[in-house]
Structures are given as C-alpha cells and as structure tokens.
Design a binder for this molecule. Structure first.
Ligand code: FAD
Length: 543
C-alpha cells in the first residue's frame, strides 16, 4: 500500500484498497477505455468524501494533483467512470434511502443506491422516477445524476435534471454545500461568504452576468453534452447550482445526497406496436404523435437491421412476437395517462395516426402480452451480449440526438456511414426524442478496426452536429465525446465551460480527462484491445 493509502485508511471510516484485483476491476467501465485507479476508497459517510477531497486539495496546493473519480456501478459508456487517482466507490455503503415523503412523493437518497431498487420501493407507493435509463436495474442514482441520464419515458416526462430538487455536494477542497433554488436575497448571502462556496457563487455569478450562455440550449428535446449553464440563473434573479451539477460527471464536485421529486405511477398502460415501410412514414407518425396534447409515455424504435441481426444471433428470441419479413421500422408507442377517459381518448388519436402512416399495428393492454411486445425493443441487448468471435459491438458512435424533424435524415445518414465503412448496421433508440443508439462490430485488437472506429466517430458526430443536434442525448460526454465538445458549442462557449471548470476545480483534481480539455490524442492510448461488458453480467444488460 502506498503512503497515501495508509494515511487515508487511518482517517476514514470506509475501506481503502490498492490490491491489483481491485484496481483491475475498476480499470474498466462500459466504455472502450481502460485506466486503472491508484486506489479504491469505499466511503461510509459524507465525512469520508470530505476528507478525501480535503486531502487531495492540500496535496494539490503543494503541487501534486491526485484525481478523484466518483463511481456508481461503472456502466458509463464514455469512460467517465474511470480515473487514475482515487476511485470513490459509492455502491458499497452509501446506498440508502434516507427519507421518503409519501404525501409529496419526494425522496432523499444516497448516490450509491441501485436505481432499480429505488424504483421498486417507489412503485410500492404508486410513485416512480420517470427518467430511468435502460440500464436502471444495474446502475445507480449517482451515475444517473452524473450523466443526466434519461430513457424511454423521457419523451413525456423529461430528463434526470427535471427531477432533482437539491443536492449535497462535496467541493474540490472538501467543503460541503447544499444546492437548491435561491432567491435573489439568498444568493446575495452566498455571495458574501468568505468560503470556497462564496468564491464559487461570486465567480459564477459574474461570469453569467458577463456572458450570453443561451447557446448552451440546443434545439433538441434533451441534452447531456457540456454544462447546463443556461439553467443556473433565472430572469427573476433566482440562482440554482443543482442543474449544473446534474450531468457534470464528477468534474465539478461529488454528490453525497440528492433530493428527488417523483411522479404518480400508473401500470395500466396501452401499448401499440406499429410497422412502417419507410423511414419517412415513421418520421411523419412520430411528428404527429409528438404534437398530441397529452404526449405518449414512450415512442421507441428498432429498425429491420436490428431484427434481422437478432433473428440470426438468437433465432428463437422473437419467435411469435414479430415475424419476417420485418418492416423497415417498428415503433412502440405507450400511453400511461392516469385517467381512463383520457387514455381512451389518446388511444383513438394514436390509432388514427397509425392508420394514416403505418403498414399495420397491434394494441395491447394486458401486461403480460405487453411484456412480450417490449421484447422487440429490448432485443437490442442481443447485439452486444451475443457477439461471437473477436469483433464486439462497441459503444463508439451512439447517443447522438437531433431536432425531431431531422429524425429521418439522421437515420439515413447513419445507414450511409455504415455502408461506407463496410459494416452491418442495427439501430434502436428513442424515436420520440430522435435519439438513436447503434454499435458497430469491431475488433479493437486490430489496428485497422481501431482506425475505423476513430473514422466512424468523426463521421457520426459530424453528421449529428451538421443536423443541428447534440453529440449526447443521455450518455454524456465522458472521455469519448469530449473531443467534440468545442465543435458542438463553438470556441466561445467552450472557453466559458473551461472557466466554469476552473472556478470549481482550480487544481484539476475532479475527474480530469473527462468532458473538458480532452483531445482525440488523449483518448487513443486508453482504448482497450479486448472490449467486453464482463463486469456487468451479474445482470443481463439492457439497452
Ligand atoms: C447497456 C447499457 C444501456 C444503457 N442505457 C442507458 C440509457 O437508456 N440512458 C442513459 O442515460 N444511459 C444509459 N446507459 C449509460 C449508463 O448506464 C447510465 O448513464 C447510468 O445512469 C450510469 O450509472 P452508473 O451507476 O453505472 O454510473 P457510473 O458509470 O459509475 O458513473 C457515471 C458518471 O456519473 C458520475 N458519478 C457517479 N456517482 C457520482 C457521484 N456520487 N457524484 C458525482 N458524480 C457521480 C461518474 O463520475 C461518471 O461520470 C447505458 C449503459 C449500458 C451499458
């Protein structure tokens, strides 16, 4: 054990590990990268997190910067849950529901809580947290906060940011702050503080006064790229750091507690499955569905290439659920309106839209039959879980989001990229948000395939940006998409992001190498040669 690990073990309630096994385990997440931490700390309390931060701050003041990375379950697909310094593993101890208010539906949790466990608990109280990612059964709330995660229900309910009322955050120097919406008077009090917190409020307030940050709002329905600067300061003078920390991937501070709002949960839904013979017809249907007065709670898609690939990899998986010949696009449209009358009215509306654009459709209200149909969408997991041979489905070009009316152009563009690179395509995702996921089969041990990966990344992110979209709808920048952030927002806004990072993290100890100041040359050496999701197989990954 290093001197530092010994020192920390003496002062922390939680454990410190430097064994090669532990370091190897935390050297990968669900991304294509690998980076081993120097040590792993399992904090037992906020006090432990404070001590680690204060310690690294003091070392950094003397010229030695040791990175800190917060980690949930390491399902991040962009390499944001990796770092070469101290890994704070929250799942071991800081994983509790602190308080649940049945009346308001508000819940206070620690970051390491498993998202699925929290959801189960909420559902027993007829509530739920709507922006859950597809990975919710095996990921944490801390990770969802870090990434501003979202999922199939986001089309109606919004992203994680919309459900966070306040946070407790350990700052880079070990100070703890509580965020929340501050009135002008409350902000003035903060501005007068002689602490690091006061310094942050002063610098950020001045920066936001002097800079137009409205450009950080892109014309997409959700966005996890960059920092959410336009959500901090409001016209009425109120100020809130909460939306900034959500989606900041532990580059600005470490979340130790979150107060979340929830929604009423209605398991009685209507589910449509509709087939389309062209991308254009599917796009027209999506546009009309999106203009309904009460939005569907999900508008999800898979394409025929995905279904063909699944039929080949696992022929019985979708037997009797969907038959060949497959339509070009399948949409799954769910209605969860709590009032029966409203849901019935919306069922009629959806039927009318589908009668105009779809080849055919099926409506199901029985939960067991619905579960069968959802298999169509969840079959996407087969793409990365059932790969045989050395080539694996790699998460390098995925998660781009475009304005909804560009959905068709996005899909066609993706098909062209795969054709140009001689690879088979399979697409799935959140059609209602024009947020697609796709993973090419590549063998990252081969130089040629690594070069192809980088080329496809360039082509893909250019396509998304060219259509006025964002490089990340939900998975965030991490290391993978960070090199594209400056092109996405332009040099002026990017310079503001850098200033923000500097305000919160002057010594660069908070998850460096993620989001800000990252080039393609920085990430190339981190690409692992044997991509796998091995550490997630305690659960069947879903996408
Ligand atoms: C198959 C598959 C499907 C996926 N589907 C989706 C999806 O539908 N939608 C979606 O949004 N994402 C999806 N993801 C990506 C990822 O699973 C989610 O974003 C998830 O919320 C991350 O949770 P985690 O616990 O694994 O976090 P980690 O991977 O451990 O961390 C993610 C980020 O959060 C930060 N973080 C963790 N804890 C804290 C903390 N206490 N304070 C500050 N920052 C913290 C980390 O530093 C890191 O930057 C998917 C991933 C896989 C592998």
């Amino acid at each position: 054990m290093s001197k530092i690990a010994h020192y920390l073990q003496e002062h922390l309630l939680g454990e410190v590990m430097t064994s090669p096994d532990a370091r190897r385990f935390f050297a990968t997440d669900a991304s294509i990268f690998s980076l081993a931490p120097a040590m792993v700390v399992y904090p037992r309390s906020e006090g432990d997190v404070r001590k680690v931060a204060r310690f690294t701050w003091q070392l950094a003041e003397r010229g030695r910067a040791i990175p800190i990375t917060a980690r949930g379950n390491g399902t991040d697909q962009g390499g944001a849950a990796l770092g070469n310094g101290i890994m704070l593993a929250f799942t071991a101890h800081m994983n509790r529901i602190v308080e649940f208010d049945n009346k308001s539906g508000q819940v206070i949790v620690e970051p390491g809580i498993n998202y699925g466990k929290l959801q189960q608990t909420l559902e027993t109280h007829s509530r739920f947290l709507p922006p859950f990612p597809a990975s919710f059964e095996y990921s944490t709330i801390g990770g969802a906060l870090g990434n501003n995660a979202s999922g199939e229900k986001t089309v109606k309910y919004g992203d994680t940011r919309a459900y966070v009322k306040s946070l407790r955050v350990v700052l880079a120097n070990g100070e703890v702050i509580e965020t929340g919406r501050l009135s002008k008077r409350e902000l003035n009090k903060k501005l007068g503080l002689a602490t690091f917190e006061g310094e942050i409020y002063r610098s950020l307030d001045t920066l936001l006064e002097e800079t137009d940050v409205s450009g950080t709002k892109l014309p997409v329905s959700k966005n996890s790229a960059g920092y959410a600067l336009a959500d901090i300061k409001h016209k009425d003078g109120s100020f809130d750091l909460t939306p900034l920390f959500v989606g900041s991937q532990s580059t600005l501070g470490i979340i130790t507690e979150a107060t979340l709002t929830t929604k009423p949960y209605n398991p009685e839904t209507s589910l449509f499955v509709a087939g389309f013979d062209s991308v254009q017809q599917a796009q027209s249907a999506v546009l009309e569905l999106k203009s309904m007065p009460e939005l569907p709670s999900a508008i999800e898609m898979v394409d025929e290439h995905l279904l063909k690939a699944v039929a080949k990899l696992n022929p019985n998986q979708l037997k009797n659920v969907v038959d060949e010949p497959f339509p070009k696009i399948i949409l799954l449209i769910e209605l969860d309106d709590t009032t029966e009358r409203v849901q019935k009215k919306n069922v009629k509306r959806v039927k009318k839209i589908l009668q105009t654009y779809a080849l055919g459709f099926q409506l199901e209200t029985d939960p067991l039959k619905q579960a069968e149909l959802w298999k169509i969408r969840h079959a996407s997991a087969t793409i990365f879980a059932n790969a045989s041979g050395r080539a694996k489905a790699v998460p390098i070009i995925e998660d781009g989001i475009v304005p909804i009316d560009k959905f068709g152009a996005y899909l066609e563009g993706v098909y062209e990229i795969f054709a140009r690179n001689g690879l088979q395509v399979a697409v799935w995702g959140h059609a209602g948000d024009a947020n697609l996921h796709l993973q090419p089969y590549l063998d990252l041990a081969e130089v040629g395939d690594r070069q192809k990966a980088l080329r496809m990344m360039d082509e893909y992110y250019k396509l998304v940006m060219g259509l006025g979209g964002s490089t990340s709808g939900e998975h965030n920048d991490g290391r993978l998409r960070a090199p594209y952030l400056e092109t996405l927002y332009g040099p002026e806004l990017y310079a503001v992001f850098k200033k923000v990072k500097m305000i919160f993290d002057p010594y660069g100890t908070m998850n460096p190498g993620v989001k800000i100041s990252v080039t393609l040359d920085d990430i190339k050496p981190l690409i692992r040669h044997e991509y796998s999701l091995a550490h997630l197989y305690q659960h069947m990954p879903r996408s």
